[in-house]
Design a protein around this ligand. Sequence first.
Ligand code: ASP
Length: 346
Amino acid sequence: MFKYRFTSLKKLAITGVSLFCLNAAAFAESEDNHSAKVAIAIHGGAGTIVKSSMTPEKEAAYTSTLKQAVEHGYALLKAGEKGEVAVVEAIKILETSPLFNAGIGAVYTFDGEHELDASIMHGGTKNAGAVAGVKTIRSPIEAALLVMNASPHVMLSGKGAEAYAAENGLEQVDNRIFDTEFRKQALDKAKARMAQASNGYGTQQGTERFGTVGAVVLDSEGNIVAGTSTGGMTAKRYGRIGDSPVIGAGTYADNESCAVSATGHGEYFIRYNVAADICARMKYLGISLAEAADSVVNGVLVKAKGDGGVIAIDGQGNIAMPFNSKGMYRASVDTDGHVTVAIYQD
Ligand code: ASP
């Protein structure tokens, strides 16, 4: 009864490959049947990301992967694909890259495994899907889409989510496929720091967490959609689940206001209901997307000492990407087809 339909996704994967190399700006100028305004923004995590700790090679790798993902999502939108498809396909590129804390490259739990969280929300239908604490699903964002499109639920966790994904044909993998040496070193560092802390936990917030990924889009039907995927926080314990799969905290979308995907110290984003608060401020205070996003990220969160940032888009395709940390991997293509990729504070 809840069987997932793969035909359209498969078709999309092929469409995606053939569109992949096309330049986003060229699409904006081309005369196609989809002249409606579309736009996209993506993030690859926020934190203490500074130029002095980056090599030119690493910077180039981040920049090119972000560009590839944002242009791919934009190309799908220009081709008239639905917003949720563009969100999932852009995020899948980031989940596949070892550079980001999602899918391959996900951070390690205290016990040396990877527990992945993801969510997606559609601003038109207000439908949403999320998975939390999954270990064997290759693409958690695909699983979140599955939950949204094919199940009567919003959030599935752990083994139940894995079983549901497997029953519906999503690829299952060994948890070890998400391993990377860089994240293993980060775990060792975090554990050493935790051993020094009086409560064995307090200082686990280090610089090892970055790379959560997300996307927000305006599609050619006028719908806005948001999605987020993450490995969470390095050395997380006891089945900890962050904001990324929590609708309202890490992801939210409402056609009447905005679509938001967050990244940062998840506990704060949950307590302050960050993504939904930005949308509510727009809706009830009648303020712009930029003002609403800034007031939460640089007002509420700074006061609470919660570090991180968001990407947000409204129904006109306006984009805001505020963050209160040193940097945030981010990229966008606006309604004019203008592409930006950035890492540090400007
Ligand atoms: N928000 C994520 C979490 O707390 C981590 C991050 O975005 O860096 O799980």
